[in-house]
Design a protein around this ligand. Structure first.
Ligand SMILES: [Zn+2]
Ligand SMILES: [Zn+2]
Length: 445
């Protein structure tokens, strides 16, 4: 009897002993699993709207860890795209509801890192063009960190109380995944959270460090398509045409004056022409030229002004060139490739920063500047009704980053075919950081 009681007492004490362990020591036990998971995910990336295997993997793992999992969430405007969203819930008594999000999609980039676990996958994109596929934004780091965090929190149930929601979000790169989840009734399937948090890796900071950005952190992004229509003809007879190639050149240069001459220097803004296509042959003046633009801003009124200026300038240049009214340029502002600015709730960000500092140390946590990249994570906050924050996870080899900085160069950026986060310290810090943040937000009173 005594022996049995001793065993029972011991069994009872084991979870308490676990609770006393440092997160770092707990991650130590899981590091082989985390690295293996990361390498597997890295070598099998999937494009936006096609995250079938990644989401199934995430769902299975989370289920095994004891979460209640729902799969295939998400409704897009295009009915032929399936929603591959994953939601995993762990209810653990009374307390706040916290949502942690990881994105899952990869990019049409051919990997050139030469790493042993590099992606060799190729696929056809939506336009039918064959492309390489790569986790060039580190969403594999995010998924692995989410799984690690899920495992830690399942083991540490005696240290938190409330409802934890983990989200595997599809289609972040096309910025329509978060909205697809909400359109499919995310907050009717799970309780509306009190807080939503996420992390994003970055090659700009050393692995082992994390950064927070209070207030506006990432810009809004709007895709714009411009069709410049002219009157085509023989390359030797420009006088009988309205040359859309020359018009496009004028438009591109004139658009540069929006930010430099029309916009307040105190309002960050970007107008980039990322694509120009027109013509097929040396001696043919084509009928039209197509431009693709991305427009970035923090404030909505700035965004509206930029879009109005793009339309005004483009149309006026066509008028100045004598293009007939029925061939006026068509300026189309995308309704789907658009996302609002990411605003990190200052009070929540402050709490997160304190939790991060406590876990990974003052020397490894700092406040970073906002950037003009974009994210659709902000949608989970329902127009700032729910406080949200995203912190940055350093992913570069500290020594390589030091050498790059000393020589005035930068590490390969996100979306680069050479982007290569250093897995071990990055994942370890990602799991520790996110677990510490959730424990802070859900700590037992
Ligand atoms: Zn990206
Ligand atoms: Zn990303």
């Amino acid at each position: 009897m005594t022996k049995i009681w001793a065993i029972l007492v011991l069994l009872f004490l084991v979870p308490c002993a676990t609770a006393q362990q440092s997160l770092d020591a707990m991650v130590d036990k899981e590091i082989a699993w985390l690295l293996e998971t990361y390498r597997m995910l890295h070598s099998s990336p999937e494009l936006s709207h096609r995250e079938e295997k990644s989401s199934a993997f995430l769902a299975n793992q989370l289920r095994t860890l004891g979460y209640t999992v729902t799969e295939r969430i998400g409704k897009y405007e295009r009915s032929d795209w399936a929603g591959y969203g994953v939601i995993a819930v762990m209810k653990n008594g009374p307390g706040p509801t916290v949502l942690v999000r990881s994105d899952m999609d990869a990019l049409p980039v051919e990997e050139k890192t030469g790493l042993p676990y590099a992606s060799k996958l190729r696929t056809k994109n939506d336009a039918g063009v064959e492309v390489g596929v790569m986790h060039a934004c580190g969403h594999d780091v995010h998924m692995t960190s989410l799984l690690g965090t899920a495992k830690m929190l399942a083991q540490l149930k005696d240290r938190w109380s409330g409802t934890l929601i983990l989200v595997g979000q599809p289609a972040e790169e096309t910025i329509d995944g978060a909205r697809a989840l909400l359109r499919d009734g995310l907050y009717t399937k799970v309780p509306q959270p009190d807080f939503a948090v996420a992390l994003h890796d970055t090659p700009d900071f050393a692995a082992g460090t994390v950064a927070y950005i209070p207030g506006f952190a990432l810009a809004s992004s709007t895709s714009v398509d411009i069709k410049i229509r002219g009157v085509g003809g023989h390359g030797s007879r420009p006088d009988s045409t309205k040359d859309p190639i020359v018009l496009a050149a004028q438009v591109i240069l004139a658009l540069q004056t929006i930010v430099s001459r029309e916009n307040s220097p105190f309002d960050p803004a970007v107008v980039t022409v990322g694509s120009i296509h027109g013509g097929v042959k040396h001696n043919i003046i084509p009928d039209e030229v197509n431009l693709q633009l991305t427009v970035r801003a923090y404030k909505e009124e700035v965004r509206q002004r930029l879009l109005a200026s793009i339309e005004r300038i483009t149309k006026a240049i066509a008028v100045a060139a004598g293009v007939p009214a029925d061939r006026a340029p068509i300026v189309k502002v995308s309704e789907t490739e658009v996302t609002t600015a990411t605003y990190n709730d200052p009070a929540l960000t402050d709490r997160v920063a304190q939790a991060l500092t406590k876990e990974v140390g003052q020397a490894n946590v700092f406040k970073a500047d906002p950037i003009m990249a974009s994210e659709d994570f902000g949608y989970f906050g329902l127009d700032r009704k729910i406080p949200t924050t995203m912190f940055m996870l350093g992913a570069s080899d500290p020594e390589k980053l030091r050498v790059a900085k000393a020589s005035g160069t930068t590490m390969p950026s996100l979306h680069s075919p050479l982007f290569a986060p250093i897995p071990e310290p990055t994942l370890r810090t990602g799991v520790r950081a996110m677990t510490a943040v959730v424990l802070e937000l859900m700590k037992k009173k």
